[in-house]
Ligand binder design. Structure first.
Ligand SMILES: Cc1ncc(COP(=O)(O)O)c(C=O)c1O
Length: 370
């Protein structure tokens, strides 16, 4: 089977050497040597202070808590994102207000965000860098300023993304990365929270560690968001692999795009010239829902795994009560999108064969239907 993703890992022997040190030290957690090392590797690479956290999901939850937004405030966010983004808002007792995406970039649509912000007066705006494509940080920054709202980027897919020449990580008030196994670099489970705001980071340090700092007096209502040393050590080996991982991924995306160019009705996620996406997922947008199904079935028959990312959150059972606005671009894209395999060890010949199957499955199918 060709999976959609296969984690790229460092040499096992290198990891075992670090595990031996951890065994000797008996320091398994509590922000010891490897968590600190990981923070310093990430801070140097992203050029912004970074904190480790047990997952992107808990990173989002603690980051929103540390922004100290009054409960009951509204938060603008995309529906076209992973459900963690919405969970984190609800755990913090904020009201999610879904905003549509730009169907070309698949990121939050600024015009829709401006309209909905005018109606709902948000105290928090969240944008996801979808599949690693950096969101419109300038436009959203101005919008957040206008409404005196905080701005958070869900950068779960964005380790290595570049916006206007600078790494994603220092945008908005805070950014949250995931290092789970489906990401271009991984420490099995884990995340990073980055911000230039030292006061925010100090509060975040409490929230990610039960709410206290060793004195057993809770300053905030925190939780256990500590990354273990076993995960952090893996991260210290994996994060430096990012540039190699991304250059292989970009070669693969170029190959996919070349092979699939000229197919009627098929398009790709748009990334601006001056930006860099991680292509955590490589998405194709088919001409219709019927075509998407034909491609999906043809690839499944060849044992190729694909994914319909993202199932819109406003259509999920838990979040349906918050589905107030109409989201035509989100709905339309979800009917036509398909993510194809992309990972370091995927061979060129496999990409060629996936593309051939895709092309053949569409031959003779008229586009434009639904
Ligand atoms: C956009 C987005 N946000 C948040 C998360 C949650 O990250 P984690 O799996 O590290 O908890 C994910 C997971 O893939 C994601 O895709």
């Amino acid at each position: 089977m060709i999976p959609i993703m296969r984690p790229d890992l460092p040499e096992l022997s290198e990891y075992v050497a670090l595990l031996e040190k951890i065994w000797d030290s008996r320091m398994l957690s509590n922000f010891a040597e490897y968590s600190k090392q990981l923070e310093s590797i990430a801070s140097d690479y992203l050029e912004v202070p970074a904190r480790t956290v047990v997952s992107g999901d808990i990173g989002l939850t603690c980051a929103i808590a540390a922004l100290q937004i009054p409960p009951g405030s509204t938060c603008l966010l995309p529906s076209f994102t992973f459900n963690s983004t919405v969970n984190a808002v609800l755990w913090n007792q904020l009201i999610p207000v879904f905003v549509d995406i730009d169907p070309r970039t698949l990121n939050l649509d600024l015009g829709s965000a401006e309209t909905i912000a005018g109606l709902s007066g948000p105290k928090l705006i969240i944008a996801t860098h979808v599949f690693g494509n950096p969101a419109d940080s300038e436009g959203l920054g101005l919008l957040a300023q206008k409404h005196a709202a905080k701005l958070l980027f869900d950068a779960a897919h964005g380790y290595g993304s570049i916006r206007d020449g600078a790494k994603v990580g220092g945008l908005g008030d805070v950014e949250v990365f995931s290092l789970s196994g489906t990401k271009p670099v991984t420490c099995a489970e884990g995340g990073l929270v980055t911000s230039h705001d030292e006061d925010f980071l100090q509060r975040f340090d409490y929230y990610r560690a039960y709410g206290f700092q060793g004195d057993y007096n809770s300053i905030h209502q925190g939780l256990n968001g500590k990354m273990s040393e076993l995960h952090a050590a893996l991260g210290t080996l994996a994060l430096p692999m990012i540039e190699g991982a991304l250059s292989r991924r970009h070669e693969q995306v170029d190959r996919y795009r070349r092979n699939l160019s000229g197919i009627d009705g098929l398009s790709f996620q748009e990334v601006r010239e001056q930006d860099r996406s991680t292509f955590k997922d490589f998405a194709v947008i088919l001409g219709s829902n019927r075509e998407r199904e034909m491609v999906e079935n043809a690839l499944a028959a060849q044992d190729v795994q694909t994914k319909r990312y993202f199932r819109p959150c406003h259509r999920m059972d838990a979040f349906r009560p918050y589905a107030m606005s109409s989201l035509p671009a989100t709905e339309d894209i979800y009917r036509r999108i398909l993510c194809l395999p992309a990972f370091a060890s995927l061979e060129d010949a496999q990409i060629d064969s996936i593309c051939e199957t895709l092309r053949n499955s569409l031959s003779g199918v008229a586009t434009g239907g639904s």
